[in-house]
Write a protein that binds this ligand. Structure first.
Ligand code: GLP
Length: 243
């Protein structure tokens, strides 16, 4: 695991965007695994800025996102489909037909998951997977205790995840209780993994996940076993570890 210490959120975003840019430049038809949440927003903004300057070309890029809420239509402004369009897809020259997320409106959860596994296989797997880190160590929506062998599956979100997401919804009742998420097995099959982490509130989980024992109780701890993981974290997120 390579840990890159960034000064602050802006610096973290720039460094992460640099790594993604390098991937796109080295392999213009690459498959990017993308993440939502607040942490990668600055990374996407930076990529858009470089695209606008003419330094990046997304025309050959395929993307597969980590997760989607179950039951939220794509035009709901809290769906991850909406988020990705807003933050990235509508702002660069990516071919929208090559941007994939689980289908949150597919009521048959087995079908939604099988279809998504099929898509990931048919694009040839993931070259670079971007990840944020949940406070309980979740990656995607893989909540504590999920088997590391899981592929795409339907998740009952934990109370703590729903609480963390509440700020985006009018009330707790509106927060979706389930999501479809790429599983750890698929994430671990990505050739490269890039984790972005920012803020003092993530300092404890950074220590537990990346310096503690590898256990399904802390899903991100499995990343210690991957042979090409880069963590870009700011000083605040790294404040509880000695580098
Ligand atoms: C959500 C997403 C995760 C994300 C996590 C952390 O639960 N499903 O992919 O990593 O939130 O979000 P944030 O970056 O806002 O702390």
């Amino acid at each position: 695991m390579k840990i890159i210490c960034a000064k602050d959120y802006k610096d973290m975003s720039r460094k992460a965007a640099n790594i993604i840019s390098a991937q796109i430049i080295m392999k213009p038809n690459c498959v990017l695994g993308l993440a939502t949440g607040s942490t990668p927003i600055g990374t996407y903004e930076q990529l858009v800025e470089w695209y606008n300057k003419g330094d990046l070309d997304f025309s050959g890029v395929t993307t597969v996102n980590l997760d989607e809420y179950r039951g939220l239509p794509r035009d709901n402004d809290q769906s991850y489909y909406y988020f990705m369009n807003e933050k990235l897809f509508s702002k660069v020259n990516i071919d929208k037909s090559r941007t994939f997320l689980p289908d949150g409106m597919e009521p048959d959860s087995q079908k939604a998951c099988d279809d998504y596994n099929h898509i990931i296989r048919s694009v040839g797997g993931i070259d670079l997977q971007l990840l944020g880190l949940g406070h309980n160590g979740h990656i995607g929506f893989n909540e504590p205790g999920t088997a590391f062998e899981a592929e795409t599956h339907c998740v009952d979100l934990t109370e703590s995840t729903m609480k963390a997401n509440q700020r985006f919804f009018a009330s707790m009742d509106d927060v979706p209780k389930q999501a479809y998420t790429m599983g750890i097995k698929t994430i671990m099959q990505a050739k490269k993994i890039l984790v972005v982490v920012s803020g003092e509130d993530k300092a404890d989980i950074v220590k537990t996940a990346f310096f503690g024992p590898i256990t399904p109780k802390v899903q991100a701890s499995v990343l210690q076993l991957h042979n090409d993981v880069t963590i870009v974290a700011d000083e605040a997120a790294l404040s509880k570890v000695n580098l």
